[in-house]
Design a protein around this ligand. Sequence first.
Ligand SMILES: NC(=O)c1ccc[n+]([C@@H]2O[C@H](COP(=O)([O-])OP(=O)(O)OC[C@H]3O[C@@H](n4cnc5c(N)ncnc54)[C@H](O)[C@@H]3O)[C@@H](O)[C@H]2O)c1
Length: 255
Amino acid sequence: MSERVAIVTGAGQGIGRGIAERLAADGLRVVVAEVNRTTGEESTNAIVNAGGSAFFQHTDVTDETSVAALIDTTVERYGRIDVLVNNVGGSINIPITEITASKWREIVDVNLTGTFLCAQRARRYLSQQPNASIVNVASLHALHTVPGMTAYAAAKGGILSLTRSLALEYAPTVRVNVIIPGLIETEAWFQAVQDVEKARKHRLGFHPLGRLGKPEDVAGVVAFLTGPDAAFLTGVALPVDGGMTLQLYRSGAED
Ligand SMILES: NC(=O)c1ccc[n+]([C@@H]2O[C@H](COP(=O)([O-])OP(=O)(O)OC[C@H]3O[C@@H](n4cnc5c(N)ncnc54)[C@H](O)[C@@H]3O)[C@@H](O)[C@H]2O)c1
């Protein structure tokens, strides 16, 4: 096991859990930063039972005090921070004319402000380690969207801009990149659709690679971005979307 330490936010389920498990399997010590105690503990136990090192830190990334406790506890327990993955996010489908200011703030807070707070607080410790890096998690909605997703699209677009600013301000000591997942099958996705098989079939053609993504697809890219092979890479926005952003028309729908 290496001495390297990774914090993964929202690691209780879905993409975050996949990332936490992958980094732990690669030998990093992992902090599962999660607002849901039950899933956070489950995820941590799964890593430890598989032979990895991890602890659960109850965290609300939208709350400054909670983020400060996350960073301080990580340094107290593991002595350093090498990797921060800002994975927490959430969406809601409400037309712009109907969304309230408080719902808008909630979506912007959970996606964008949480990313800013964690990146700001962790910088001091990240900058003490060689090849330290941050990976932020955006969404295709940052590039192309659909009606009703305004707050989420704006917040995820903000993550792309925030990543560029952080990459410049944190250079030369900390690299900062952002990934743009396509449709990834996670608990959130399963809950959002009524008929999983129907929804999966409908969306297959969205991805030229012929399938939806899995948390492991995203986790592998995060492992690369935070590892030695990406040591000269910063400020990059990398789609992990099976080619979804390439298509002018959905496959088979051009006529
Ligand atoms: N699943 C997809 O298809 C997809 C596509 C594009 C982008 N994304 C992005 O990837 C990320 C992960 O998505 P997912 O599908 O795994 O989501 P998910 O809802 O399954 O998991 C998100 C996790 O974050 C936790 N969380 C929520 N608010 C929190 C807070 N304030 N503090 C700490 N933890 C909090 C939740 O409890 C949950 O465990 C999100 O940023 C999402 O926007 C997902």
